[in-house]
Design a protein around this ligand. Structure first.
Ligand SMILES: NC(=O)c1ccc[n+]([C@@H]2O[C@H](COP(=O)([O-])OP(=O)(O)OC[C@H]3O[C@@H](n4cnc5c(N)ncnc54)[C@H](OP(=O)(O)O)[C@@H]3O)[C@@H](O)[C@H]2O)c1
Length: 287
């Protein structure tokens, strides 16, 4: 499949890769770009289900470029009429939220707690948890207009989280901050609960009181999307994206966009993305 790339965001994974803090070694001969979307330009004779002009999202990395030549299994088809800007932001965060909930082992009637609640991953966690009747207790480092009910991280978080969970046991904690925040989040868990660490926004190593693990029976696990998907196999990944694509088609996402910058001005886009604040910075890959 030949794909004319359209849009690609500056994802936190891209910033980590640039700073040398990413969890995996990336090939030096490949462009950056953890996610992106484009239009089919041409198909090989073995491909029957896609035509030139169809909108596709790329599964692999290396998307900050104009054209890609890829096997069909590396692409996810999106419905006609879907917004290509939104499509470019659906590769990482929806499956991350979906698999975090699966790995967390939560059941209907449970509660979970998540920090970094103003993030896009946290948005998808709330969306998918609501469908499972799982209550989400949100925690933020500073107040966010999008999550007015979120708890402010800090002293007494466990007591405040208990009240916010409405009496439901907090079975799992989703931690993308690390550092001392991990201990505060772990303190909110019910006995035997599970903390999934999947980000490092504080830049600090995790800190946890050992008694939470011995007396409280808590477990701490690391989560990364790509290895989790590798364990699912190609068919499992495509089945998951088919499920997610159906949800997106029924309820089209409107993720906030801060700016769309031509790829020819990549340094400007990266600098803007580093400043934080609401909405993604994307590259227009046609310019
Ligand atoms: N392991 C994986 O496979 C995987 C996959 C996807 C994402 N992630 C991780 O998940 C996290 C969220 O990703 P995203 O794309 O959803 O992020 P995002 O939309 O760019 O949002 C980042 C959020 O983190 C908050 N934040 C930044 N520094 C913080 C700190 N020191 N303490 C508390 N909050 C802080 C920001 O709050 P302000 O707006 O107030 O600054 C913002 O709400 C990132 O760490 C990312 O690397 C991991």
């Amino acid at each position: 499949m030949l794909v004319r790339m359209a849009y690609a965001p500056v994802n936190p994974a891209d910033l980590l890769a640039i700073e040398g803090g990413y969890s995996f070694d990336l090939p030096h001969d490949q462009p950056l770009g953890a996610e992106g979307a484009g239009l089919v330009e041409a198909v090989g004779e073995a491909v029957a289900d896609l035509r030139p002009g169809d909108l596709v999202m790329v599964l692999g990395r290396g998307n900050w470029c104009a054209m890609r030549l890829l096997p069909r299994r590396h692409l996810i088809a999106l419905p006609a009429g879907f917004d290509p800007v939104q499509a470019a932001m659906l590769r990482i965060n929806p499956p991350t939220a979906h698999l975090l909930l699966r790995h967390a082992g939560v059941l209907p009637g449970d509660a979970i707690i998540q920090n970094g609640a103003g993030s896009v991953v946290a948005h998808w966690v709330r969306t998918f948890a609501a469908r499972m009747d799982v209550k989400v207790v949100d925690v933020v480092g500073r107040p966010h207009p999008a999550t007015p009910d979120a708890l402010l991280d800090g002293d007494g978080l466990a007591e405040r989280a208990l009240a916010a969970s409405g009496g439901r046991p907090v079975r799992a904690a989703l931690d993308c901050v690390a550092g001392a925040a991990t201990d505060r989040l772990a303190s909110c868990l019910a006995p035997g609960g599970r903390l999934l660490l999947f980000g490092h926004l504080s830049g600090e190593p995790i800190q946890v009181r050992s008694q939470l693990l011995t007396g409280g029976g808590l477990s701490i696990l690391g989560f990364s999307l790509r290895p989790a998907e590798e364990a699912m196999g190609v068919e499992g990944v495509h089945a998951m994206f088919a499920e997610l694509a159906a949800l997106h088609a029924a309820d089209p996402p409107s993720l906030p966009v801060r700016a769309i910058v031509p790829l020819s001005r990549a340094e400007e886009g990266i600098a803007l993305a580093r400043t934080g604040g609401g909405g993604r910075v994307l590259f227009d890959l046609t310019q």
